[in-house]
Design a protein around this ligand. Sequence first.
Ligand SMILES: [Zn+2]
Length: 163
Amino acid sequence: MLTQDDALRIVGTVPDPEVPVISVVELGIVRDVTVAPDGGVAVTITPTYSGCPAMREIERDITAALTAAGAPRVELRTVLAPAWTTDWIGPEAREKLRRYGIAPPGKAEPAGLITLMRARTPVPCPWCGSRDTELRSEFGSTACKAIHVCRSCRQPFDEFKAF
Ligand SMILES: [Zn+2]
């Protein structure tokens, strides 16, 4: 039977499908992992944003990982409040994003003031650190990312948008 620590460690091996260098735990969406007396595991998650297509995949991957490790049943619970924010992404995960070539999110805007008129401080280039960068597109490979290009090293890069 899985212990609490086992279950947490296994959930911590499930990668974020959109940014596979960080796990769903590092992403900050896993609120709680509880093992019941019969070995069943309940995982509480807060989705990154409603309608994020990756959430289905994340739920499936967490269930598959725990089932493969011997959990007799897995229950996914969703908690919507407090809402997830990119501020929940820890410092180690931010460093991993940077090394992967994705600019980590800046400080999230106060609730309600999101993205329509984002104050545009330049996003530092994850490759060379230059602040001489320019926004190319608000939507990158996924809706959660924006595309920038660095004028110093000429590399395009994704920014994990703060929200
Ligand atoms: Zn650069």
